[in-house]
Design a protein around this ligand. Structure first.
Ligand SMILES: [Zn+2]
Length: 114
């Protein structure tokens, strides 16, 4: 299953890969032209044969209590930004708020803080 066309290269498609990061199962949304490998299960780098660097970790916004769904990735590939609900744990009670997120070539996605 692929989620859409890669925005960073001409012939890539975004696919879903199962990865393990620090012993936890996490999905990686990556371009078919980008092969990510790891030696220590923590730091991932592109293989030499990769021609693209597109990747978004499912838990890229995990610190905001947000895991990215397939649907949201599909939307991110076709829209400038999308709206998501984030959770702040800054205070004793959890506060949820709505923010726009956008693709970020370094971090996968980033929150638009206004
Ligand atoms: Zn690509």
């Amino acid at each position: 299953m692929t989620l859409g066309k890669c925005p960073y290269c001409s012939d890539g498609l975004i696919e879903i890969r199962d990865k393990e990061v620090q012993g936890k199962k996490v999905k990686l949304y990556a371009c078919t032209n980008a092969s990510w490998q790891t030696e220590d299960g923590e730091f991932f780098e592109l293989t030499n044969s990769s021609t693209c660097h597109f990747k978004i970790w499912q838990n890229a916004l995990g610190k905001y209590g947000k895991w990215l769904s397939y649907k949201e990735i599909r939307e991110l590939l076709t829209q400038e930004s999308i709206e998501v609900e984030l959770i702040s744990k800054k205070y004793a009670t959890k506060i949820s708020y709505t923010k726009h997120i956008t693709l970020n070539s370094e971090y996968g996605v980033s929150v638009i803080w206004d």
